[in-house]
Design a protein around this ligand. Structure first.
Ligand code: NAP
Length: 683
């Protein structure tokens, strides 16, 4: 039998006592022993804070993002090993795919987002500068920097791989070393993947450590620079969150707990509509994928009272086809729960739910499992319940049976449906199925504040929908109240949970130096050579070019109107333009100004600028009249190198001013500029 090891201070640690057994979910046989006795928790924290932090901090966001991609590719190569062991957790091939490749996919997404949405730098600039002084010599700018501590990731048993990777990706991208603590029951699979991470030698020393078994005194040693990200039951989460050390030191604690997610069918979705079919399929899918051991699974199916019978019949018809047993058999659609303890717990919860609900489908005490002895494995039948008076005493709003269990609930008005949804006391996800967008909008307005995510499915979106129960790295995962009040992922939002946001106040030039981003009114560097003749490496933030002036004529306006077809009266009719409250007479087209400005700064010959790929934040701030003299100031605002591609993105601040030094147009120009050290490589 396998002896699970922890990984501490850069070495594998083997406990010698205090072992607990992990059992095979299908055969019930012991598969591994687990214990963390003998681990030096204080030393692990020191190691992460010193060695791990030092290495990660040397790297920019882009370097860390590239490392995540390399790691994802490495783990994909090893995926066969993970799939093979995943069966011991009771998972089918599909369940394993969600856990293993879903987790690896999170690394890919964070790698891409880190390179596209974060700078190739150590400081993340959060939002635009705040203008807090009359003359602009004192600016405000929010920045985010990595916390100096260690992130402790405590995971639930149901997703041994995804649970580790969805937390690892944003933390490592933020530059924070982590200690992973998997749930004991399925830690053997996490340990196998963690072993591959160490073997890959991709992450720097101290970046990741592993605790197989109890966390001992670890949480009592944390301080304000550490983070705990917990996924599990509400009771454990509350207990850990209220630990004296955590509250006294205001240790950041993100909690993802159990959730009584709902799915609502709207009244228009009658049996003849595609929405009805999608709803039935989704409820059954959510009951049976991972044997219902998903924090996001549909626990409460809220349907119009007049559709209760057809929905119930259609769900039962589908559930009849669900084959339960050993996932090694390809005919099997649903495997086992992760352990006999879970099986026992689900049965107890179902009997509590049944006190006020009718059993519509399934046998809570018995299931004939295919290719397996149902006495040995942790099998349960899918269970559909129906509570006919869900607005009254209905335990389904309070009790989570963490298995293939859903309760149907009828409603008589949309307001009642919303009230029922919100009785879940805060959920990770809610979904609405229907094609009447007025109904959908009404429900969303009433229930969104109780939900971390909402999925709205109809005939237009269903085919490409990622489904009710799939958290995506791009979108927030977490929910208010009972769901823990935490938030994970959500793209770069998830990275910021491992960083401190600081409001900087200072001179524009000081802020430019710190953020490596040009700030309005910062000191500029006059360009001796035209900036469009400079390669990426030669350009400096703050480098500025001031153009020659150009006088706008009536003929320019006429010719632009002919060329573009834009004959808006303010450009063409002197009297009508003068009647407009904003103008004194005919004005130049804003888009003419943008085109003309390009004529003032663009270098015609072939050179380092490869392409102009857009504009951001374009504003026309003052009207431009015939006879006005326009000059353009072009300043290098921000640089971001595409590593390995031979070019980088350069953002330019552009201000067009008139003869009175009034800014008439302002915007950012986005260009791609070649490197002078690396050859160009196509994406
Ligand atoms: P759990 O018993 O609360 O355990 C969760 C994690 O906490 C495990 O790693 C567990 O380790 C650890 N733990 C327990 N006591 C601890 C302590 N005193 N100090 C430090 N760590 C401790 O929950 P579970 O039974 O594994 O998971 C099922 C629950 O998780 C369900 O209710 C489900 O809704 C919820 N869940 C939520 C999400 C979400 O994203 N919101 C995702 C999945 C699951 P050991 O296993 O070693 O005890």
């Amino acid at each position: 039998m396998k002896l699970l090891q922890s990984y501490a201070k850069g070495q594998w640690h083997t406990a010698t006592e205090g072992f607990k057994l992990c059992h095979h979910a299908i055969t019930g046989q012991p598969v591994a022993q687990i214990s963390s006795t003998g681990l030096d928790f204080s030393g692990m924290l020191d190691f992460g804070r010193s060695i791990g932090h030092k290495h990660l901090q040397k790297m920019t966001f882009h370097e860390r993002a590239l490392m995540l991609k390399e790691l994802a590719l490495y783990l994909l190569e090893k995926k066969k090993d993970f799939y093979a062991l995943s069966q011991a957790t009771g998972a089918t091939q599909l369940d394993s795919w969600i856990d293993i490749e879903g987790g690896i996919g999170t690394l890919f997404v964070y790698s891409g987002k880190g390179r596209r949405e974060m700078p190739d730098h150590h400081i993340y600039v959060d939002g635009a500068p705040e203008h807090i002084s009359k003359n602009g010599t004192f600016l405000g700018q929010h920045i985010c920097t990595s916390l100096k501590g260690v992130a402790i990731h405590i995971n639930a048993f149901n997703f041994p791989c995804w649970g580790m990777l969805e937390k690892l990706a944003p933390a490592i991208l933020a530059g924070m070393p982590i200690i992973v603590k998997p749930a004991s029951d399925t830690a053997y699979l996490t340990e196998l993947m963690f072993r591959a991470i160490i073997q890959s030698d991709i992450l720097p020393p101290g970046a990741v450590q592993l605790v197989c078994g109890s966390t001992g005194e670890l949480l009592d040693l944390l301080d304000c620079q550490d983070v705990v990200a917990f996924t599990g039951s509400a009771s454990t989460g509350q207990y850990l969150k209220s630990k004296k050390n955590i509250t006294e030191n205001a240790v950041r604690f993100t909690m993802e707990a159990d959730s009584l997610n709902c799915s609502i069918l709207t009244p228009d979705a009658t049996p003849e509509t595609p929405e009805f079919d999608y709803y039935v399929k989704e409820v059954v899918k959510e009951m049976t994928v991972k044997s219902g051991q998903k924090c996001t699974a549909i626990r409460r199916a809220i349907v119009p009272a007049e559709l209760l019978d057809p929905v119930s019949e259609a769900i039962c018809a589908r559930l009849t086809k669900v084959t339960v047993g050993d996932p090694a058999n390809e005919q099997v659609r649903m495997g086992a729960l992760a352990s006999k303890a879970q099986q026992q717990e689900v049965r107890e919860r179902v009997s509590q739910l049944r006190k006020t609900s009718e059993l519509v489908f399934g046998n809570p005490e018995h299931i004939q499992a295919i290719d397996a002895n149902d006495q040995d494995g942790a099998f349960v039948s899918p269970i559909l319940l129906c509570n006919h008076r869900p607005s009254d005493d209905c335990p389904a709003h309070d009790i989570e049976a963490f298995g293939p269990v859903t309760t149907l609930m009828p409603y008589y008005s949309l307001d009642e449906a919303a009230q029922l949804a919100n009785r879940g006391q805060g959920s990770l996800v809610g979904s609405v199925f229907g094609y009447n967008d007025d109904h959908v909008a009404d429900l969303v307005t009433q229930i969104a504040s109780f939900h971390g995510r909402m999925v709205l499915i109809n005939r237009d979106s269903a085919k490409e929908s990622s489904g009710h129960g799939s958290p995506l790295p791009h979108l927030v995962h977490g929910g208010p109240g009972r769901a823990g009040g935490g938030e994970e992922m959500g793209g770069i939002r998830g990275v910021k949970h491992y960083m401190q946001r600081t409001a900087l106040q200072g001179s524009p030039t000081t802020l430019m130096r710190i953020t490596e981003k040009y700030m309005p009114k910062a000191q500029t560097l006059p360009a001796i050579k035209h900036p469009f003749k400079m390669y990426f490496e030669e350009l400096k933030v703050g480098l500025t070019l001031v153009s020659e002036k150009r006088t706008i004529t009536l003929e320019d306006i006429e010719r632009f109107a002919d060329l573009s077809g834009d004959r808006f009266y303010a450009h063409m009719d002197e009297e009508a333009a003068a009647r407009n409250p904003f103008f004194d007479g005919r004005v130049a087209h804003g888009y003419f100004l943008v085109s003309m400005a390009a004529g003032l700064f663009v270098v015609p010959e072939e050179g380092p600028v490869l392409a102009n790929y857009g504009l951001d934040d374009l504003r026309f701030t003052e009207p431009v009249y015939p006879g006005d003299d326009i000059t353009v100031q072009l300043t290098c605002k921000q640089k971001s190198y595409r590593r390995g591609k031979g070019y980088g993105e350069v953002r330019w601040d552009l201000q067009a001013s008139n003869q009175n030094d009034e800014v008439v147009a302002a915007y950012d120009i986005l260009t791609l500029v070649a490197s002078n050290t690396e050859p160009f490589i196509e994406d």
